[in-house]
Design a protein around this ligand. Structure first.
Ligand SMILES: *[C@@H]1O[C@H](CO)[C@@H](O)[C@H](O)[C@H]1NC(C)=O
Ligand SMILES: *[C@@H]1O[C@H](CO)[C@@H](O)[C@H](O)[C@H]1NC(C)=O
Length: 436
């Protein structure tokens, strides 16, 4: 009863706060965008999970199953030459199957965490991208990625061959799509990035996205039946705006003008897994405004990612919502790893944090508030492996999940397993007829 009324209260807050939407790159909210926004708000509330701890313990349970019977904590560096060994439960669901290319949609059953219900284009047909160009923003050429992502129906989008795509403007996607780069090396570089705005149910898998810059804006088609004027885009690799049920898996991301992945404006039910991120300043922003209470619905899982060389900060930087950060490998940061403001709940479990040598940069966490304020924020750390002097400053009630029954309390794998769990992070080079 209590839960329901709190949820209802949040719902009202959420709807009310949508009245002032931040920058949206939309020059004018016409009827089409207003309708999309309204539908996206409803979808986000449906996707919101009133007991997020059930989702976090469920993921932990899968990690334990995947590693059962093995005690190894070895760290093999260098190129992997052994037979396919999928070490984490998401990969284990599909990666070692020889016939993955004939059974691509298997991937749709593999998400875990808050984005676990994402099936992308599973119910649709395949769309094969054959043309790497991106010249006409209003009437995209059939065969191009832009033509694929604006179609109304669910689609599973794959690539005919290796490709380098320079997006002339932000790529505005529609709901129920999978972009599946497996089997080809697909680079999205040098132009604008991906925009997921007021949509739901999208999988982005197996892309290399780097050196993304701002798009100038202008007339851009955003569905088969509509195009409109856009303002300048930010220069994020992937920008998720007011969207739900999104799964970002096995991508290699680096060197963008703005963020690598930004999740803002009441987006929720999201899993970001198995990505390899390098060489970037503001890595991931979850919630962009201290004034936007609509981000209270935000629930995001960050799992099995490798935060690698040349990263500075925001892995992620959080506001308002609930964030499960589990079994990631943090091997470099130049300022801090996990930060936030506006009392986000952060459950950090089984990550490996290797601090830089600089004595001033040992703290994993950073809070944009005075201690009298942040002492009540629920930031927990369980089973994290803290190396080279790294320390995680906890706050709030010791474990946000302590009110849940014992059998939900399955621990994440300790941080010592992380090297194994993340060793295949980033876009995989999969060959047809062989396990990935
Ligand atoms: C794992 O560790 C347990 C207890 O330390 C040991 O008895 C067992 O033989 C180990 N299993 C493997 C596969 O190494
Ligand atoms: C922290 O967790 C406790 C216990 O679950 C809860 O009562 C409190 O509201 C939480 N604090 C914040 C700032 O979310």
């Amino acid at each position: 009863m209590m839960k329901m009324s709190i949820f209802f209260f949040y719902s009202l807050l959420f709807l009310a706060s949508f009245a002032h939407v931040l920058r949206a790159d939309i020059a004018e909210y016409d009827d089409v965008w207003l309708k999309r926004r309204e539908e996206a708000m409803k979808a986000a509330l449906d996707a919101y999970h009133p007991n997020p701890e059930e989702v976090t313990t469920n993921l932990n349970h899968h990690v334990n199953l995947a590693l059962e019977g093995s005690n190894s904590t070895r760290r093999n560096l260098g190129k992997y030459v052994g037979r396919c060994s999928a070490t984490n439960p998401i990969d284990r669901c599909w990666r070692c199957q020889r016939n993955w290319a004939r059974n691509r949609k298997r991937l749709a059953d593999c998400a875990l965490g808050f984005g676990r219900k994402t099936i992308g284009g599973k119910d649709g047909s395949f769309y094969v991208v054959t043309d790497s160009s991106d010249t006409d923003m209003v009437n995209p050429k059939p065969g191009t990625l832009r033509h694929a992502v604006i179609q109304e129906e669910p689609l599973w989008i794959i690539f005919a061959r290796d490709m380098v795509i320079r997006l002339n403007q932000e790529l505005i996607m529609t709901s129920d799509k999978t972009i599946d780069g497996r089997g080809s090396r697909v680079y999205i570089i040098g132009g604008a990035g991906l925009t997921l705005q007021f949509i739901k149910n999208v999988i982005i898998h197996g892309l290399h996205i780097h050196h993304i810059v701002q798009g100038n804006g202008g007339l851009i088609r955003d569905s088969v039946s509509h195009f409109g004027q856009r303002t300048q885009s930010d220069g994020d690799a992937i920008s998720i705006f007011g969207s739900s049920h999104i799964w970002i898996d096995h991508n290699s991301l680096s060197h963008c003008t703005d963020g690598l992945i930004d999740v803002i404006q009441g987006s929720t039910a999201i899993t970001i897994s198995n990505n390899h991120m390098t060489d970037h300043d503001d890595v991931m922003l979850f919630g962009s405004s201290d004034a936007f209470e609509g981000d209270k619905v935000m629930q995001i899982t960050v799992a099995f990612n490798h935060f690698g060389q040349g990263l500075t900060q925001r892995m992620p930087r959080c506001r308002w919502g609930f964030f499960h950060i589990v079994n990631n490998d943090y091997t470099h940061w130049k300022m801090y790893a996990i930060g936030g403001s506006q009392h986000p709940t952060i459950v950090s479990q089984g990550n490996r944090f290797i601090a830089p040598d600089d004595i001033r940069l040992k703290e994993v966490t950073k809070r944009e508030a005075g201690m009298d304020v942040w002492k009540d924020w629920n930031w927990s750390s369980e089973g994290d492996l803290l190396m080279n002097g790294a320390f995680f400053v906890k706050s709030g009630t010791p474990s946000g999940s302590s009110q849940f029954p014992r059998h939900y309390m399955i621990k994440a794998k300790p941080g010592s397993f992380v090297r194994r769990l993340t060793r295949f992070a980033g876009a995989l080079s999969c060959k047809r007829g062989h396990p990935c």
